[in-house]
Write a new protein. Structure first.
Ligand code: HEC
Length: 136
């Protein structure tokens, strides 16, 4: 009986430690190589960027913030933090990688291939978030 309690207790401790670790140290988000190399078929012209901005305002601002700084109003409720989209680390990723992350999601980041099933919408978003880098 004592053993069972000890076993359950240590399982709890293990879960708490791993949770805390994951929150403190966000794991690198590895994108499969074939996705990183995917070319962006949508030209980043004014029309695409405007469409991306409208989608971003509707679907992303609550977490990522108006300027992509990761300071949206929902952030205090999240376990993981959205990255600063103006940063070099973010902007140095390929369009294919960003497209993959928007489609697949991870933890608090929703899987947008469900809510935004059109590839073009997600490429427009990629084109729009690129503009956050250009301002730096
Ligand atoms: C509910 C909050 C939430 C919403 C809404 C949301 N995101 Fe995120 N997003 C996150 C979080 C948290 C992360 C970090 C996830 C991780 O690293 O596990 C993230 C990560 C990302 C990344 C990868 C960042 C990196 O550093 O590589 C991209 C790209 C992204 N989001 C784009 C978007 C776009 C575009 C939208 C809207 C269509 C959106 N997100 C909506 C919370 C959100």
């Amino acid at each position: 009986m004592k053993k069972a309690i000890l076993c359950i207790l240590s399982a709890f401790v293990f879960i708490i430690i791993t949770e805390a670790f994951q929150t403190a140290q966000q794991q690198p988000w590895v994108v499969p190589e074939k996705n990183t190399k995917m070319a962006n078929p949508v030209k980043a012209d004014a029309k695409s960027i405007a469409a991306g901005k409208a989608l971003f305002t509707k679907n992303c601002v609550d977490c990522h913030g108006k300027k992509g700084l990761g300071d949206g109003s929902k952030v205090p409720e999240l376990k993981t933090t959205p990255a600063d989209m103006t940063s070099q680390a973010f902007q140095s990723q390929t369009d294919g990688s960003l497209f993959y992350k928007i489609a697949e999601g991870r933890k608090d980041m929703p899987k947008f291939k469900k809510d935004l099933p059109e590839d073009e919408d997600r490429w427009n978003l990629v084109n729009y978030v690129r503009s956050f880098g250009a301002k730096k």
